[in-house]
Structures are given as structure tokens and as C-alpha cells.
Ligand binder design. Structure first.
Ligand SMILES: Cc1ncc(COP(=O)(O)O)c(C=O)c1O
Length: 364
């Protein structure tokens, strides 16, 4: 197959969606202006002005915000704290983001998968699990908006019910929301954090999808009682985060570039999503099905009963198209997700997306 493989596997922004020139100017300006601070050790919770910006958006004291080295390393810190505070099983959605599954397995957590439907996690399934085993879980990990990998979004009604169930059972919840702002249409539902008030729900997001992933800047908005221990864990893990990256984002925001950039990114991603949906609709057989996310990076494809997405992915690779099989988003050996696959439309141009989907369709 000539040329570069077409990647529906990379849950990353295409290089042309990264505002590199503007960020370079911001980085230079903050290094010039605030060099001694950004090139030193500093508070483990991160660069003050950016912490304050996040705190204001979430209506909390800046002391409850910790800027982490990407959202994912923050997840490692969160898991360490949560399991130390309350050992036990960790509830996750099925399917869910594969890296946290690996981290949880490595940390020795018992992982309990709660099946989802097209509307996301079902709070009644959650409640049934909490009743079935009364000893409290360590926490629930959920990605309620434009979920990785399924692209699904939890409805407003379910969010309210989920918060009710969590409150009734004293369940800690980690709401992971890196895609929430990457919405191209429709009204955003309230966050679990906002609905609950932030006593049980910890909110995490990242600038990876809204600005640039290479800046490695994520953030956690923690319950008051947990913020200090979380920050101390960050300090004992890496002393302090890279302030130049965080100060660059703060500068990008203060120059008024955050919102226009996000609008641009959303417009580009909408075109990519539309290209993927149109190509799927035009070439895939009726036995296959997929969803239509209003934002984010992913479409969840089901090839139909009896189909094996691992074999499909291997044949796709030979045709120069990469995707991630559904099984990878469930705990190893669970036997779930066999006929499904995640298709990321964030990385390729609309033209290459159409070409890639045609090639996939020719395999069916
Ligand atoms: C659901 C989810 N959480 C967290 C992350 C981690 O992002 P980062 O470490 O780049 O902030 C990702 C990245 O793709 C993700 O999809």
C-alpha cells in the first residue's frame, strides 16, 4: 500500500490543528518576562495564574486545583491516593479509555466493568452494583462527555440520577472530561462536578485537546479534604511540573486566543466527523452500526454479530488503515467488545478519512 497509512487509531489532534506559531510567541514572551519563575522549582500544584483561571471556571478556591503533567499522570496520582484512602474495587465504564485500565491493573486494583448503552453509563446498573456488594468501592471512573472510546455522552437526566446514587452511597467519582469543550453542536449538559458540588466528585480535564497535547498540562479540581494530599503526592513524585508549559497556556489565554482557537478546532473536527459519517453511511453494510457524536474525537463502530474486529483490524492494516479494536477498551480477557472498534477522526484530513473508510468497507 503506497503512502503513509491512514490512522483512525490516533486519538490525537492533527498537527495542523495545533496553534504552534501562537504558542511559540507565548512561550517566548513568558520566558522573557517571568523567566526566573518559570525556569525554577515552584509549587507542586502548578503555575498560579493558570490554577486561578481553572479555579474560577469551576467556582472553587485555587487551592483545590492541581495542574498535573498531563491528565494521565494526574490519574496515576489520583489512583494512588484513592486506593490508599479507601482500598477496594474500582468501577469503570465498559468500554473505557484503555490507559487507565492498564494503570489500574498495574496498581493491583480490582476492576469492575459497568456496561454502558448508547446513552452512556446507566445509573441503575451502578446502583445495582453498589447494592450487590455493600463494601464501598474505592471510586468510580467515568468519562461522561464524548467518551473515549465510544464518543457517547451521558444524558442530563442520567447525570442527575448518577449524582443522586453517588450521594446515597458515599461513592467517590472521578469525572474525566478532556473532550467536553470540544463540542461542535448541541447544548452541553451540566458536569457531574457542578451538579454534585465537588464533595464526592473530582473533576479532571486537560489542555491536550483544547490547546496542544505536547504542553502536557492537565488539571484536577479536588474535594477540599483531598486537595492537599493530592498535591503532596505530586510533589513527592516529580517535585514540580514544567512551569514554562503552564505559563505558555496562561499567556495564550490572557491574549484572548483560547476561545477563537477552540472554535477553529471544533470547526475542523466537525468537518472530519462529517466526512467519516458520510463515508460510513455511503459504503458500510446495514449489518454494521455506529453513533453520531456531537463532539470529541471518536466514533464507535460495531461490525455486527459474529464479526471479529481483531481480524478486521489486521486486514485493515494490510490495506494501510489503522484502527483500535474494541477489546482493548475492556479489561484483558473479559471477552467483551469483540465486534467493535474505535475510529478516531481527529488525526486525518476529511479527504483521507473518506479514502480510509472506503478501504475499510471494501474488506466487509
Ligand atoms: C479520556 C481521556 N482522559 C485522559 C486523557 C489524557 O490526556 P493528557 O494526558 O494528554 O492530558 C486522554 C487522552 O487521550 C483521554 O482520552
Amino acid at each position: 500500500m503506497p503512502g503513509q497509512p491512514i490512522s483512525f487509531a490516533r486519538g490525537a489532534p492533527a498537527p495542523e490543528l495545533i496553534p504552534a506559531a501562537e504558542l511559540a510567541e507565548c512561550a517566548y514572551a513568558v520566558a522573557q518576562r517571568d523567566g526566573p519563575r518559570v525556569f525554577s522549582y515552584g509549587p507542586g500544584g502548578g503555575y498560579g495564574p493558570l490554577r486561578e483561571w481553572v479555579a474560577e471556571r469551576h467556582g472553587v478556591d485555587p487551592g483545590r486545583v492541581v495542574l498535573t503533567v498531563g491528565g494521565l499522570l494526574g490519574f496515576v496520582l489520583y489512583v494512588g491516593e484513592a486506593l490508599a484512602r479507601r482500598p477496594g474495587r474500582v468501577l469503570v465504564e465498559g468500554p473505557t479509555y484503555d490507559r487507565p485500565l492498564k494503570i489500574l491493573a498495574r496498581e493491583g486494583a480490582e476492576i469492575v466493568v459497568l456496561p454502558m448503552d448508547a446513552e452512556g453509563l446507566d445509573p441503575e446498573v451502578l446502583e445495582a452494583e453498589l447494592r450487590r456488594r455493600p463494601e464501598p468501592p474505592s471510586f468510580l471512573y467515568t468519562i461522561p462527555t464524548f467518551q473515549n472510546p465510544s464518543g457517547r455522552t451521558l444524558s442530563g437526566e442520567r447525570r442527575e440520577r448518577l449524582v443522586e446514587v453517588a450521594a446515597a452511597h458515599g461513592l467517590s467519582v472521578l469525572e474525566d472530561d478532556p473532550y467536553g469543550l470540544v463540542r461542535y453542536e448541541g447544548e452541553p449538559p451540566a458536569s457531574l462536578h457542578g451538579l454534585e458540588g465537588g464533595e464526592l466528585v473530582t473533576y479532571t480535564s486537560s489542555f491536550s485537546k483544547t490547546v496542544a497535547p505536547g504542553l502536557r498540562t492537565g488539571y484536577f479540581v479536588l474535594p477540599e479534604a483531598e486537595a492537599r494530599a493530592f498535591e503532596e503526592r505530586a510533589v513527592s513524585t516529580y517535585i514540580a511540573p514544567p512551569f514554562l508549559a503552564q505559563a505558555t497556556i496562561a499567556e495564550f489565554i490572557s491574549r484572548g486566543q483560547f476561545e477563537p482557537n477552540l472554535e477553529h478546532v471544533c470547526g475542523e473536527l466537525r468537518a472530519r466527523r462529517d466526512a467519516m459519517l458520510e463515508a460510513l453511511g455511503g459504503s458500510f453494510p446495514p449489518s454494521a452500526s455506529w453513533n453520531r457524536p456531537e463532539g470529541g474525537y471518536f466514533v464507535w463502530l460495531d461490525l455486527g454479530e459474529g464479526e471479529n474486529a481483531s481480524e478486521f483490524a489486521a486486514r485493515a492494516e494490510a490495506e494501510g488503515v489503522a484502527l483500535v479494536r474494541g477489546e482493548d477498551f475492556f479489561p484483558r480477557g473479559s471477552g467483551l467488545g469483540v465486534s467493535s472498534a474505535r475510529l478516531a477522526f481527529s488525526y486525518e484530513t476529511p479527504e483521507r478519512i473518506a479514502e480510509g473508510i472506503e478501504r475499510l468497507a471494501s474488506l466487509l
